[in-house]
Design a protein around this ligand. Structure first.
Ligand code: ATP
Length: 767
């Protein structure tokens, strides 16, 4: 139950300046002394506060008051005034001077300080100048206090209030009353929804211009969360109209105004008007420009290349087929080269030949992939060290609030480009527009860039469809490998994956050695079969540990969705045990020994690789969406859970951060992109048609190295193969690449980095 207390802050016991978490002792309440905790933007000893919160009992420190909100009160009597002035809150006044001031003015002190501050100089030791300075400080503090009280009236928390006040100062009243939607643009942590909520409390009309504009921008941002770079105007209007509950006829005029204000970029095509948030348009345009700039010919002596190829084939004992040889030649002769193909078509074999070729030239090579798992696999298959792209670019963390990809700071960038002759990126289908943009910024012409991937895999989680757009632009040299080298007798996984991709049905007679179909039609029976497969059959069959067998499912919800599957699988695969500690975070119970996955990019999370005796041998930052590991230890005292990731990194999660982790016995097919597992189990029964499509099934099947087992309905399986409808992605990197290549703009305009000036240049060319 919420209660109110009034008292003054006697002293601060602990304060974390990063998040404002504070433990302090408040006196003058009913209790002699009350320990209060909470998160506060700033705190001044000596001030009197009126706080709302609840009493709690800490296991070690006992009774505490958890403050939810508070307001500072102006000191009301001379004693409070003395405490306030002497607390250090006012620069230049210490305890002794405060006592002298109060002795001199008595009960009148507060009024004198506020209304006639020049009179402070009557007190010995205070010059007129100092009196003025004190007055300014007191006024500033009073202003801030009033603003905070004002903001709290609209349900704005102290922390947010402090940020808002810091930004606008005394203008805050005007901003809030005229256009609270400005908050959504100016202040990180405030989105349209919060601004809209504040606006409705203030009584702003639903059809206000500000509201409609803000709602339109918000709609575009939401769409980018689904992977879109732009929305066609019609779709934007429909979505925004649903969000705002306002007819789309109100939106037309705003579209032009916002384009003039450079908030949006509009592009006309034959079919539609495309609407981009300016920033996205510029990123696409800059990406296209940088790609075009890398696309230079590097003539090589053909005979020499042939000779080297013959030698490589001899050394490796592989006879490369014509397309593979062509790939090596193109890689040698071009600044930018793309290698694509489905599973088993010899991409890795070709990469290895390319690596050998460049090694023979004495070139310095760097290999990278978008995820830790993909990088690890690349290292294994090439025998050459590969890193994540984030590490290649030397990620160095970002402020917590700016957690999106656009704000990441890399130490490798346009000012400090990568020092390599050849860069090879694998699993390109997972790279989104932001990462591609950052990567390209760190590469100068003269460094060769080789992009490898399968365009039929699901596109990246983040916005854009980079690999597919690059290939579709038809501007750059691309070699597509189509011949399947892995023989049918050897691998039905590969053969079936290609069949699925072509929309052909797959034989389900279970004559295969690595592709099984177990027909079951009841969700709980399916789960029972899945458990038996993981616990008994599969580990032996593929020579792996049960934890390496991965269950993949299209959905999060439902009887066979990730959430329910994980609950049940946890019970069977990591049952409760007196030796295993547990912690319940929100809806999720974590237990030592659980298989877990990080579900968002955390660029600041520290990790270490531990050597012998647990001594750290390597440290770094960044744990990413899709990183999987084992929850090794739960420490209730320090409120920390330790996770060891598959690549050997350890990270410590505070209990609060556990919301970034999920159980990973079962994961969605989306999350499995770029990973490979010895065996994959796919429970497939029913679900929304949008999720049961060919593209998803193809991605799922191609995740398995040694064995795929589908458990469920053959009818649904067949439907998935037939269902070509994937979620549409609105991206236009291909258009930008073609436009630039055609207009020869890339030659006449030098590259402008994406700082402010770059933005302007890009903006103008887009209008
Ligand atoms: N020219 C070739 N002659 C004979 N076998 C080949 C040739 N190229 C590749 N292979 C074999 O085909 C199999 C698949 O090749 P590779 O692993 O290079 O393909 P991939 O496209 O990287 O496949 P995945 O994406 O499934 O890993 C391997 O066993 C490889 O040895």
């Amino acid at each position: 139950m919420s209660e109110k207390i009034t008292g003054y802050i006697d002293h601060v016991v602990f304060r974390n300046n990063d998040n404002g978490y504070t433990v302090m002792v408040v006196k003058g309440t009913k209790e002699e002394e009350l320990t209060c905790v909470g998160s506060f933007p700033s705190i001044s000893q000596g001030v009197t506060i009126e706080a709302e919160g609840t009493y709690t009992t800490h296991p070690v420190y006992g009774k505490q008051f958890q403050i939810h909100s508070y307001t500072e009160k102006m000191p009301e009597d001379s004693l409070a005034m003395e405490r306030y002035l002497g607390s250090g809150a006012i620069k230049g006044i210490g305890a002794a001077l405060a006592a002298r001031i109060v002795r001199h003015f008595g009960e009148d002190t507060l009024r004198i300080v506020e209304e006639e501050p020049e009179r402070l100089s009557e007190v010995k030791g205070i010059s007129e100048k100092k009196a003025r300075e004190i007055a300014v400080q007191v006024t500033e503090k009073a202003d801030m206090r009033r603003a905070m009280i004002f903001l709290q009236k609209y349900g704005i928390s102290l922390n947010l209030g402090a940020k808002i006040y810091q930004k606008y100062g005394q203008a805050v009243y005007g901003v809030l009353q005229e256009n609270p939607y400005r908050l959504a643009e100016d202040i990180s942590g405030v989105g349209f929804k919060i601004a809209d909520e504040i606006a409705s409390r203030i009584g702003i009309h639903t059809d206000s211009d500000y509201r409609i504009r803000s709602g339109m921008l918000y709609t575009l941002m939401q769409a980018s969360g689904e992977g879109h770079i732009y929305l066609p105007q019609k779709e934007l209007f429909e979505r925004a109209s649903r969000l705002l509950d306002v007819d789309s006829s109100y939106m037309e005029k705003h579209l032009m105004d916002m384009a003039i204000d450079r908030k949006l970029v509009l592009k006309e095509t034959k079919e539609a008007t495309l609407v981009y948030p300016s920033k996205y348009y510029q990123i696409e345009l800059n990406t296209a420009r940088m790609l075009n700039e890398l696309n230079i010919k590097c003539p090589e002596n053909e005979k020499l290349v042939e000779r080297r190829l013959a030698q490589i084939q001899k050394e490796t004992g592989t006879v490369l087929d014509e397309m593979q040889k062509k790939a090596v030649k193109e890689a040698a002769e071009n600044g930018l080269f793309i290698l694509t193909g489905g599973p088993g078509t010899g991409k890795t074999t070709t990469i290895n030949a390319i690596i050998r070729f460049f090694e023979g030239e004495g070139a310095e090579l760097r290999l990278a992939a978008p995820t830790g798992r993909a990088a690890k696999r690349m290292t294994e298959t090439t025998g050459y060290e590969a890193q994540t792209i984030h590490r290649l670019l030397e990620l160095n963390g970002v402020p917590d609030e700016e957690h999106d990809n656009q704000a990441i700071h890399f130490d490798r960038n346009a000012q400090n480009p990568l020092d390599a002759d050849v860069i090879i990126i694998d699993e390109m289908s997972m790279v989104d527009i932001f990462l591609m943009h950052s990567l390209l910024q760190a590469i100068t012409a003269g460094t060769r860039l080789i992009l490898v991937g399968d365009e039929n895999q699901l596109p990246s989680v983040g916005p854009g469809n980079v690999l597919r757009d690059i290939i579709r632009s038809q501007v750059f040299p691309v070699v597509e490998l189509t011949k399947i080298f892995r023989q049918a007798s050897e691998s039905d996984i590969v053969v079936n994956a290609h069949k699925i991709n072509r929309g052909e049905q797959v034989s389900l007679d279970n004559k295969s050695r690595d592709f099984f179909f177990l027909k079951r039609y009841d969700a709980d029976i399916i789960i029972r079969v899945v458990i038996a497969l993981i616990q008994e059959k599969m580990p032996r069959y593929v020579e792996a540990r049960p934890f390496e067998i991965q269950v993949l499912t299209p959905m999060r919800k439902g009887l066979l969705g990730v959430e329910r599957l994980n609950q049940i699988l946890q019970r069977y695969l990591n049952p409760p045990d007196s030796g295993k500690r547990e912690y319940e975070a929100g809806q999720q119970m974590f237990r030592e020994g659980d298989k877990v996955m990080q579900v968002k990019n955390n660029y600041q999370m520290e990790w270490e690789v531990r050597g012998k005796y647990g001594i750290p041998v390597e440290k770094g930052v960044g744990v990413f969406n899709g990183d999987t590991g084992i929850l090794k230890e739960i420490n209730e005292f320090s409120e920390i859970a330790s996770v060891e990731f598959e690549d050997g990194r350890w990270a410590e999660y505070s209990f609060k951060q556990l919301e970034e982790l999920e159980l990973a016995y079962a994961i969605t097919i989306h999350k499995s992109q770029g990973s490979e597992y010895p065996a994959v189990i796919l429970p497939i029964l029913s679900g929304p048609r949008m999720l049961l499509n060919r593209n998803l099934l193809y991605t799922a099947v191609t995740r398995a190295r040694k064995c795929v087992t589908v458990v469920g309905s053959e009818e649904t399986f067949g439907e998935m193969i037939r269902n070509e409808k994937q979620q549409k992605r609105y991206s236009s990197l291909d258009m930008r690449i073609r436009e630039l290549a055609e207009s020869s703009l890339s030659q006449t305009m030098s590259f402008v980095p994406s700082g402010n000036e770059g933005t302007k240049a890009a903006d103008l060319s887009g209008m």
